[in-house]
Design a protein around this ligand. Structure first.
Ligand code: FUB
Length: 312
């Protein structure tokens, strides 16, 4: 007994005192989407409120935090609630923010009211990265009846936007079957048909980024989810599967990533359920997730080094 207590004390003292992952200790955060805007990173997250880890996601609004060094984060509160989309009845699931010509466009997943049941993607707009945001279209951009390709009604979740150097805008999204569609220059209407992609083991959480002349499409794969990725020389593919980028995120079952380059460094931002009790009440888990950040490193051939969660 004494020996094991001593071991515990030694372990405690040798553990870094100021562990920085997960990022926020007083609120559960999930589905990160980061936007680099000048010398600031804005980090948008979902907001897990579930009291019981065995029920389901309880998410009403989205939060935003900002940082100039990726270490110190300023909370700015909620940017909007799911029901601010008047055609939605709740469920503030995963989102993505982009900036275009001085305006901030927030693409996000919500549950549609019963006239178009199932999940839907909406888009909101603001002149400021911290809001207030308003529904830009007054109706959903994508509804479940437009994508009925899987047995569930959430095959149209998790939007991720990519803006090409020539200004063309694409939205990637989907569950089980990955999809993408071009958007019009006004950012709030589809421009053409929704196409499907062939990505092995795809579950959800698509994210596209580019480095040098390589496009990267990372996504949550299998279940419980890891993050996998594919590479291409064109936004239209073909996408070549490259393997696992990040292993299962603790006990959360889902994982969801955002990849950015900021002040010369690349970052992999994701969520994990493996966190100690927040507010002394609840520990992390499937429906109580927390955002974490680690460095993203590239190999000489452009492939990505696997990200291992650190506590700093
Ligand atoms: O947070 C709700 C859902 O869980 C997201 O839409 C998925 O990506 C998964 O993280």
């Amino acid at each position: 007994m004494f020996k094991s207590s001593l071991c515990a004390v030694v372990l405690l003292l040798s553990t870094p005192a100021a562990a920085k992952n997960p990022l926020f200790e007083n609120v559960f955060t999930a589905d990160p989407a980061a936007l680099v805007d000048g010398d600031t990173v804005y980090l948008y997250t979902g907001h897990d409120e579930a009291k019981d880890n065995n029920v389901f996601f309880e998410m009403h609004d989205w939060l935003v935090f900002s940082s100039k060094d990726m270490k110190h984060w300023t909370p700015h509160g909620a940017i909007m609630q799911a029901i601010d989309f008047r055609w939605a009845k709740g469920d503030a699931w995963a989102a993505h923010m982009v900036k275009r010509e001085g305006k901030y466009y927030f693409y996000t997943t919500v549950r549609h009211k019963d006239d178009k049941p199932g999940f839907a993607i909406g888009v909101a707009v603001s002149d400021s990265p911290t809001g207030p945001f308003k529904d830009a279209l007054g109706k959903a951009l994508v509804t479940d009846d437009m994508t009925k390709q899987t047995p569930n009604d959430w095959d149209d979740i998790d939007p991720a936007i990519y803006i090409e150097e020539n200004g063309d805008v694409y939205m990637f999204f989907g569950n089980l079957m990955p999809k993408y569609v071009k958007l019009k220059d006004n950012m709030i209407e589809l421009d053409g048909e929704i196409k499907t992609l062939d990505l092995p083991k795809f579950t959800e959480a698509a994210w596209v980024h580019k480095k040098d002349d390589n496009y990267y499409l990372s996504y949550a794969c299998e279940f419980p989810e890891k993050i996998c990725y594919a590479m291409s020389k064109s936004i239209h593919g073909p996408w070549e599967y490259k393997g696992i980028l990040n292993e299962i995120a603790g006990n959360s079952e889902t994982n969801h990533q955002s990849i950015i380059e900021f002040k010369g460094k690349s970052y992999f931002i994701y969520h994990t359920g493996a966190v100690p009790p927040l507010n002394g009440q609840h520990s992390g888990g499937r429906f109580r997730r927390s955002v974490a950040i680690d460095a993203l490193n590239y190999n000489a051939d452009g492939t990505l080094k696997r990200v291992i969660m650190t506590s700093e």
